[in-house]
Design a protein around this ligand. Structure first.
Ligand SMILES: CSC[C@@H](O)[C@@H](O)C(=O)COP(=O)(O)O
Length: 370
């Protein structure tokens, strides 16, 4: 993704060759700042505090967190401690567990002296693969948008609604839900994106609008409750969202509020697509409602909002009546029956055991290593 004409991934190695640089997403869209992570503890903090967020980027950061830990101490005990520390940062995105399992698989059988180099190489491979997976998701999703564009009067944009941020910032590059949108835009298809603001943390208003705007994709931010109204009035052609964990049967956990968008889409005959790379599939479970752990975050994210004040400073203000409590479930589960199709790196499939198994026979039969 280009920011001010310069291409950035969301995670890279510092010039010193060992620290791990990430974009501080808590500062966007008003400040573009990077942070250099120098230890597993700092990587864990970055994930926990959502300096980095989005399922694939959480996994990539955790992988580099293990490499940082190995640089400090490459013993068996240090490896296990780093895996435990990083694994406890956020519960819902299965990419975290997937990346850590992969790091353990790459390192555990090696002598301590070989672990640092192998850990950096494996983390870099996870990042490079994520870029390729997301690009492939874009290529498989593009025809779905092109088909709708072909049915519209020439020049009329395809209106796509998205929730949260499942773009470049949530991955290493390209994004999942936004990858088909970028490719369609680059192919000259007129696109307009309805961006759900995505309370409480406003990943839509702050991050999705920022990155779409940086790429020149026309977009309009709406309050989370506007989607149903727009669908009733024929102003949404399709919905594309990402996911933090998809079951082997196609249930999808994504940012809180996704389920309500799926219900509204279903009621209005609007196609509801979920884009995901295979590391987001948890092959060990099939009932999303029963088996996907839903992160409960701090009440302060609900009681307070932060934004740019007229004096140019970013400030936090309370919006909830003093004394009232606040609940903050960060994700919800959309049952497979409400998902039109899944868009993956291997193609588009039904959100079902059969659909996923057909595209991923190798992974479906093996189950997830966790
Ligand atoms: C490609 S990212 C898919 C999901 O991780 C994304 O939609 C999402 O819900 C992110 O939640 P977040 O709490 O910002 O990490």
């Amino acid at each position: 993704m280009k920011i001010n004409g310069q291409h950035y991934r969301t995670i890279w190695l510092a010039q010193d060759g060992w620290r791990v640089v990430v974009i501080d997403q808590t500062r966007l869209p008003f400040r573009f700042e990077t942070v250099a992570l120098g230890s597993a503890e700092q990587a864990a903090d970055a994930i926990r505090s959502m300096v980095v967020r989005g399922a694939p980027l959480i996994g990539a950061t955790a992988a580099y967190g293990v490499a940082l830990a190995m640089r400090a101490d490459a013993s068996d005990a240090a490896l296990e401690a780093a895996l435990a520390l990083l694994g406890a940062t956020r519960p819902t995105a299965v990419n975290l567990r997937w990346a850590l399992a992969r790091m353990r698989g790459a390192l555990a059988s090696l002598p301590a002296t070989a672990r640092v180099g192998a850990a950096y190489a494996e983390a870099a491979a996870i990042c490079d693969e994520d870029v390729a997976l997301c690009r492939a998701i874009g290529e498989h999703g593009l025809p779905l948008i092109a088909e709708i564009a072909a049915r519209k009067p020439v020049g009329e944009p395809v209106n796509i609604l998205t929730h949260c941020n499942a773009g470049w910032l949530a991955t290493v590059d390209w994004g999942t839900a936004l990858a088909p949108i970028y490719l369609a835009h680059d192919a000259g298809i007129p696109i307009h994106v309805w961006v759900d603001e995505t309370r409480p943390r406003n990943q839509g208003a702050a991050l999705t609008a920022y990155e779409l705007g940086s790429h020149g994709v026309p977009n309009t931010v709406i309050v989370d409750n506007a989607g149903g109204h727009l669908m009733q009035h024929g102003q949404v052609d399709l919905v594309i969202v990402g996911t933090d964990r998809t079951t082997a049967a196609g249930d999808v956990a994504n940012k809180i509020g996704t389920y309500l968008k799926a219900l509204a889409a279903h009621d209005n005959g609007v196609p509801f697509y979920v884009a995901l790379p295979s590391p987001t599939i948890d092959w060990s479970i099939s009932d999303g409602l029963a088996d996907i752990p839903i992160e409960e975050r701090a009440a302060r994210e609900v009681t307070h909002l932060s934004g740019l004040a007229d004096d140019g400073e970013v400030r936090s203000v309370r919006v909830v009546a003093p004394g009232s409590g606040a609940a903050n479930p960060a994700f919800d589960v959309t049952p497979a029956r409400l998902v039109t199709k899944l868009i993956t790196e291997r193609g588009v499939c039904a959100a079902s055991v059969e659909g996923l198994a057909q595209l991923f026979p190798d992974l479906a039969s093996r189950g997830t290593v966790v």
